[in-house]
Design a protein around this ligand. Structure first.
Ligand code: BES
Ligand code: MN
Ligand code: ZN
Length: 513
């Protein structure tokens, strides 16, 4: 099987006109009359080709656009790629991340192996160089990613590697840029590893395979301990939710625990953070079976789990001074003679009983046991991430994840991490009104509420299991995949949550350093 594209990001001090490269990437704002010193200098050498593109309207710097100009020996680079940055006043770090992603994606499509990005001076002015380096690296990894391990035909072969450098005639920023790139590469590689796992289909990744992938993900990291509960151990521990959902599949359910303990003692006042990720390797709905349309997308129902694994790896590679417990319940939700059924009453790990009204509301049934596990292991903060409800997708579309929780400070921290990481969230409620809808007459809870507010009632269900912990819930339904390629990404898994969660933990650790 093919390996994913090997990406490398570096820096180089070089005069842009003399920069020998397959492709020189330059950003342009759409509203700037003056395109800035970089484009001016290059345009001068290129006989006005760049300016002409703008003049005839072929490329004006609008977001999501780009244009290629061939240098034909007039500068050392083979070609120039202009990338649209949109309006200058709307520019954020994510503008830069996506521009770098678009450049990397374009390079892979054009089979270009050596790319040099000329840093736009207005970004270095507005943000510190380390952050700029991190964000560019994240974007390059993201945009350079392709999932093609099952393509056996070589006709459309793409390059096996992408060497991407940030070039600047001035050397003063390069050291900070490089240290940012090192962090961005850790995050970018972790996110791409997550995407490959998420993209693998249900016949390749079942819960035992997901558990093996988790072990693989943290192999060689001495600070992470991986423990796996098989069905026998799940039974011994009375993890009734995970067992119920996993009952219908020949593939056994699992609980995967990744415990990261920093090499150096963490600061005393830092919380122990549990990350809980939904790992349904395929969600058919079970006995309450889903319609056939788009059911294939339910291989992505393990995306929360994979975001957690990749985050633990990134955090361990960075050596962040904070305790993190990754808790990943995994099952395959299938209909069969051994499946759990509507009407069943399930006793969860917490001891609470749940009346099953819909076997397709399976995510909450496995998450509640994992949350209980985190709470029993004295985690102060629990953040769960799950492709939990179609209702969240109806509410927010495919641009923002739903964010619920019981603690304003934690919610604000995650909102800040979302801004920093470009993985966007939007707050939704999950309070008492919604919890009341989840009460059953014959058990403590029911697993499905009324039609309205499905994302909120699902979160309210989970809230019943968090005890005294500070808790946040990310409903990433709709954020887990691109159904079409974008200018900065191929189609398939987004790896959503890896940047968000690592940034949240980096910010926490940073605060106390
Ligand atoms: N995995 C689905 C949620 C989902 C739907 C994710 C579409 C991504 C895209 C989840 O297990 C589910 O089926 N939820 C049900 C809950 C309902 C039965 C209460 C839903 O949203 O319909
Ligand atoms: Mn479901
Ligand atoms: Zn599901």
């Amino acid at each position: 099987m093919r390996q994913i594209i090997d990406v490398n990001v570096t820096t180089r001090r070089v005069d842009l006109v003399k920069c020998k490269t397959d492709m020189l990437v330059v950003g342009r704002f759409s509203d700037a009359g003056d395109p800035g010193p970089i484009i001016r200098t290059l345009d001068d050498k290129l006989g006005g080709d760049l300016g002409r593109l703008a003049k005839i309207g072929d490329f004006t710097g609008k977001p999501k656009t780009s244009a290629v100009v061939y240098a034909n020996g007039r500068i050392a680079a083979e070609r120039v790629l202009l990338v649209g940055l949109g309006e200058r006043k709307k520019a954020t770090l994510d503008t830069l991340r996506k521009a770098a992603g678009a450049a990397a994606s374009r390079a892979v499509d054009m089979k270009v192996k050596h790319v040099s990005l000329a840093l736009h001076p207005s970004f270095v002015g507005a943000f510190n160089a380390e952050t700029v380096g991190r964000v560019i690296a994240e974007g390059v990894y993201f945009g350079g990613y392709r999932y093609d391990e099952f393509l056996t035909e070589n006709g459309n072969s793409r390059p096996g590697s992408l060497a991407f450098e940030i070039v600047d005639p001035d050397s003063s920023q390069l050291k900070d840029l490089s240290s940012g790139i090192a962090t961005g590469a850790i995050v970018g590689r972790a996110q791409n590893a997550a995407r490959t796992l998420a993209n693998r289909p249900g016949n390749v990744i079942d819960p035992p395979a997901l558990a093996k992938a988790a072990q693989e993900m943290v192999r060689g990291l001495r600070t992470v301990k991986c423990t796996i509960f098989d069905r026998k151990k799940l039974r011994q521990n009375k993890m009734g939710g995970i067992l119920a959902v996993g009952a219908g599949s020949r593939s056994e359910p699992r609980l995967i625990v990744l415990k990261y303990t920093p090499a150096k003692k963490p600061a005393k006042d830092l919380p122990t953070v549990a990350l809980v990720g939904k790992g349904i390797t395929f969600d058919s709905g079970g006995i309450s079976i889903k319609p056939a349309q788009d059911m294939d997308q339910m291989k992505f129902d393990k995306s929360g789990a994979i975001a957690v694994m990749a985050t633990v790896r990134a955090v361990a590679q960075m050596g962040l001074p904070i305790n993190v417990l990754g808790v990943i319940p995994s099952a395959e939700n299938l209909p069969s003679s051994t499946s759990y059924r509507p009407g069943d009453i399930v006793t969860t790990y917490s001891g609470k009983t749940v009346e099953i009204l819909n076997t397709d509301a399976e995510g909450r049934m496995i998450l509640c046991d994992a949350i209980t596990y985190a709470v029993k292991h004295k985690c102060d903060v629990v953040v769960d991430i799950a492709t939990l409800t179609g209702a969240c997708m109806v509410a927010l579309g495919t641009y923002k994840a739903g964010l619920m929780g019981n603690d304003d400070e934690l919610i604000a921290q995650i909102q800040k991490a979302a801004e920093n990481s470009g993985e966007s969230v939007w707050p939704l409620p999950s309070g008492d009104e919604y919890a009341d809808e989840m009460k059953s007459k014959i058990a403590d809870l029911k697993n499905a509420g009324p039609r309205w507010g499905g994302a909120c009632t699902a979160a309210a269900f989970l809230r019943q299991f968090v005890g005294e912990a500070k808790w946040a819930h990310l409903d990433i339904a709709g954020m887990d995949l691109f159904t079409k390629p974008t200018e900065y990404s191929s189609l398939g898994s987004t790896g959503f949550g890896v940047r968000l969660l690592t940034t949240y933990l980096m910010n926490l650790a940073e605060k106390k350093r």
